[in-house]
Design a protein around this ligand. Structure first.
Ligand SMILES: Nc1ncnc2c1ncn2[C@@H]1O[C@H](COP(=O)(O)OP(=O)(O)OP(=O)(O)O)[C@@H](O)[C@H]1O
Ligand SMILES: [Mg+2]
Length: 383
């Protein structure tokens, strides 16, 4: 194992010296730099790209949280551990919210500090190795196929509605082949939303096929108005039999034929979701305009940043937009500190009629305002 490269950032010289003394006794750890203020911590992080930035929360010039957020969003391979003399749970949460992976309370015990560094490093190292294995199997995309994940860290925000309608809009606009993968493996409802019986699903393909080929996979997919749908299992208990390797394999098969793959994801970061997000060119991160959704999606955005997905990959979509309830779209731009890629208006009447008729919005209500929002979204995704 290579040595773990550490950058120490603390305003207090004595503390830096103490940390250095503690860490110098461990043969697997190497201190590669030290910073006496937040600005220097940021500069040195960018220059030295440490494995771990050990940073005091209350840095001068730029505070520890801001440095953490910048470092974790820009340096995919650097992990931040925050230090503080305060073990108040709200500060710990704040540290995590800004992207820190661990929080160590001072005064340090040498063993605790070394143990924390080693275990954070090992965990991240394994995670990275795991992703590299998956990527080496070819989930990363060639130019022919574009993979679009619809994702949120809050339920009921309209992911499935957006996934189906965006897929249909893409076929209409491009005449290209489009597939939908329902990866909400426990509670997926894509097929139901287009009024089709879920006779076969992903689990049948996995269990019944000796050979994982595209032709075999297509036997288990459902055609609907020009899109091919791979449904989720009919019952939640099947989800545990589906692994990230299955997902990678299926995406690779779909890539052979489809120009666009739209993935409807669940509201969590489990391994199957992560493999789909990793394989995606674009992640549509969906939020509605209520405080709970905004808070959860903001946390989700932090996690996506800390995985290393940049602004180019993660696009913010606001659904059920309605400024009547106290929050304005311009407030959201500030809260998320990100441009909104597309706003989809709230239109309960059209949406409920569309569901009751079993006809997706862009097909049955193509001239409605809400469908126009979805067409605009698809337009941006075509490229
Ligand atoms: N723009 C909109 N205007 C009004 N209602 C909407 C809009 N978008 C979605 N809905 C409604 O919100 C509800 C949730 O939508 P949907 O099932 O697509 O969300 P989801 O994020 O996939 O939910 P889940 O987390 O359960 O998978 C549905 O009743 C849907 O019809
Ligand atoms: Mg859904």
């Amino acid at each position: 194992m290579d040595k773990i490269k550490i950058l120490i950032a603390d305003n207090r010289r004595d503390t830096r010296e103490l940390i250095k003394t503690y860490l110098s006794k461990d043969r697997l750890i190497k201190v590669i730099g030290e910073a006496e203020n937040g600005k220097k911590a940021l500069e040195l992080s960018m220059e030295l790209k440490p494995d771990i930035l050990l940073i005091y929360y209350n840095m001068i010039e730029i505070d520890g949280y801001e440095v953490t957020e910048k470092v974790t969003s820009e340096l995919r391979d650097t992990v931040v551990i925050m230090t503080s003399e305060n073990d108040d749970i709200s500060l710990v949460k704040k540290a995590m919210f800004h992207g820190a992976k661990e929080y160590v309370v001072t005064p340090f015990l040498q063993d605790t500090l070394v143990e924390t560094i080693r275990s954070v490093y090992e965990k991240e190292f394994l995670k990275k190795a795991n992703h590299e294995v998956i990527n080496s199997k070819g989930t990363h995309n060639d130019n022919k196929c574009k993979i679009i994940s619809v994702f949120s860290t809050k339920g009921g925000v309209g992911k499935s509605t957006i996934a189906i309608n965006t897929a249909l809009a893409l076929t209409k606009q491009t005449q290209e082949k489009v597939a939908i993968m329902d990866l909400d493996l426990q509670f997926g409802d894509v097929l139901l939303m287009v009024n089709k019986e879920p006779v076969t699903s992903i689990i049948d393909f996995i269990n019944q096929c000796d050979e994982y080929t595209l032709d075999n996979l297509k036997l288990f997919m459902h055609d609907y108005k020009g899109v091919s749908i791979l449904a989720s299992p009919v019952s939640p208990e099947f989800a545990e039999y589906i692994s990230e390797e299955h997902i990678v394999e299926i995406i690779n098969l779909l890539k052979q034929e489809f120009r666009y793959i739209v993935i409807d994801n669940p509201n969590n970061f489990d391994e199957t979701t992560l493999s789909a997000l990793d394989a995606s060119d674009t992640i549509l991160l969906i939020s509605t305009m209520d405080i709970v959704s905004i808070k959860n999606v903001k946390v989700g955005m932090g996690v996506l940043n800390s995985i290393g997905y940049n602004d180019e990959k993660v696009k913010l979509v606001i659904n059920k937009a309605n400024e009547k309830f106290g929050i304005k779209l311009k407030d959201l731009k500030t809260v998320f500190d990100k441009n909104i890629c597309q706003v989809i208006i709230e239109d309960v009447k059209t949406v409920v009629t569309s569901i009751n008729k079993g006809t997706p919005l862009v097909l049955g209500f193509s001239s409605s305002k809400i469908s126009k929002c979805i067409y605009k979204l698809a337009e941006q995704l075509k490229k």
